[in-house]
Design a protein around this ligand. Structure first.
Ligand SMILES: NC(=O)C1=CN([C@@H]2O[C@H](COP(=O)(O)OP(=O)(O)OC[C@H]3O[C@@H](n4cnc5c(N)ncnc54)[C@H](OP(=O)(O)O)[C@@H]3O)[C@@H](O)[C@H]2O)C=CC1
Ligand SMILES: CC(=O)N[C@@H](CCC(=O)OP(=O)(O)O)C(=O)O
Length: 415
């Protein structure tokens, strides 16, 4: 592609002046950035006295990363995305059951390399990585794609100079007693839990920049909060009347063998689960309460639908008197005007999971309900991208001072 054409496409695809400025500092995707403001580098002292580097990358550095739990769905999605990242080298990948295998043996799509030159040959056990201090200390960023409970055990053993992005729920809830109540076990790393920054980028961007530990949000809470946080902040919906009807593809349940994920159990059918008790309820309420300034309680019901990936949430809200759908639209439009990954669709277009499949985008829209003073919101994401690994890469880009959209510029795979 000619430089000129690339430049025009870049300007077209980025929405904000800030992002345009960042791209202007780059000659071509994959080449060294020349704009020094991309890579601030300062030592940050955390409240617990530990120190870390705010942005580890210099304009020419490649960041060395490790992935705990690379043999699961979010791990594979991370490697798919990082394969396109010009400033990342994946140095170590771990697995439990699949330890000792090559990555291509676990995932056939990684048998071919297509220019991907930094994939380690073999998956090692997570404990082997943590016992190898030389290998561990060669990393700047560690992604953790392990199950809840397991994540906190491993992350507590990681030296504090390594930035960690945890995809599990272990560090998302600020209150240890809430974690215990919803996850059924005591939190074993409460200090880390307090230190963690909730990684919903569009809401917590500035705090993420200096975080040592990022708690990557859950998939359903990402879709719900991106739709609701701005409206609650601006008091445009009733905080006591929010119903979130959510549908997810089966990859949301992970790759571990479970009866409920078998083809015969999910094909040609759909069902609700976790009714009134799903673990994403406290996470959604925590984010909405913070936006609103007082306690928000939601009605949230997830459903499993027979597709591999994607989340669609239909959200029913009540409008305070004097507020109309136009104001809701204006609020979302203004909030996300400069955001690369969140888009309010034109009036009348319903977000579909197909429009975001394989991408880091969240598509939103608002409709007037037939019933007076009520509106219906829709929010669509790919659970494995904006709902997990894509948002994790977005967080890493912020931690390292890279343009936020690096490696995340895919258009949905359609049909
Ligand atoms: N799937 C999704 O859409 C989303 C998932 N998440 C969260 O991200 C995390 C990863 O999810 P996902 O990739 O779907 O899960 P998977 O079940 O697909 O993968 C889990 C990974 O962890 C490894 N693992 C399991 N148990 C242990 C252990 N005791 N010690 C070391 N490694 C272990 C597995 O290795 P092996 O397979 O080799 O045994 C595998 O690599 C989870 O916490 C999940 O809740 C968050 C948002 C969305
Ligand atoms: C379809 C399906 O099973 N989805 C998962 C949510 C996936 C996710 O975001 O997970 P964590 O909060 O567990 O990290 C569930 O409902 O538990």
């Amino acid at each position: 592609m000619s430089e000129k054409l690339f430049f025009v496409i870049s300007l077209y695809s980025v929405k904000s002046c800030k992002q345009t400025k960042l791209l202007l500092g780059r000659r071509r995707f994959g080449q060294t950035a020349t704009c020094r403001s991309l890579v601030p580098s300062k030592r940050v002292k955390h409240t617990n006295g530990e120190a870390s580097i705010a942005c580890t990358a210099s304009p020419t550095t490649t960041v060395q990363v490790g992935i705990l739990g690379a043999s699961g769905y979010t791990g594979a999605e991370l490697l798919r995305l990082l394969a396109k990242h010009p400033r990342v080298s994946v140095k170590v990948i771990t697995a439990e059951r699949s330890a000792g295998k090559t990555y291509g043996q676990v995932f056939g799509q990684f048998q071919y390399r297509n220019g991907y030159h930094v994939l380690p040959e073999t998956l090692i056990e997570a404990s082997s990585l943590l016992e190898d201090s030389k290998l561990l200390n060669s990393l700047q960023v560690l992604f953790c794609c392990l199950p809840h409970g397991t994540s906190q055990e491993y992350i507590s053993r990681v030296p504090s100079n390594i930035r960690v992005i945890d995809l599990s729920a272990d560090f998302r809830l600020q209150d240890p007693s809430s974690y215990e109540r919803w996850y059924g076990k005591e939190h074993k790393a409460v200090d880390l839990q307090r230190q963690a920054v909730y990684g919903l980028v569009e809401v917590h961007r500035s705090a993420i920049q200096h975080a040592r530990l990022v708690a990557n949000p859950g998939c359903y809470p990402t879709a719900a909060q991106l739709a609701l946080v701005p409206l609650l902040k601006h008091r445009l919906i009733d905080p006591n009347d929010i119903v979130i009807d959510a549908k997810s593809g089966v990859s949301g349940a992970g790759r571990a063998l479970r009866e409920s994920s078998l083809f015969c159990e999910v094909h040609e059918g759909m069902h609700a689960y976790g009714v009134g008790s799903h673990r994403h309820i406290p996470e959604i309420e925590q984010g909405l309460t913070e936006a609103c300034g007082h306690s928000v309680v939601v009605n949230f019901t997830p459903h499993l639908v027979p597709m591999s990936r994607g989340i669609l949430e239909s959200i029913y809200v009540k409008l305070p008197s004097g507020v109309g759908v136009t104001q809701l639209r204006e609020c979302l439009q203004d909030t996300y005007a400069n955001e690369h990954f969140v888009t309010l669709l034109p009036e009348g277009i319903v977000p579909q999971t197909r429009f975001v499949r394989g991408t880091n985008h969240c598509l939103l829209n608002v409709f007037q309900d037939r019933i007076a003073n009520r509106a219906i919101l829709f929010s669509a994401i790919d659970n494995l991208v904006k709902g997990a690994s894509g948002q994790a890469v977005q967080n890493m880009n912020i931690l390292c001072g890279f343009p936020e959209e690096t490696a995340l510029q895919d258009v949905a795979l359609f049909p």
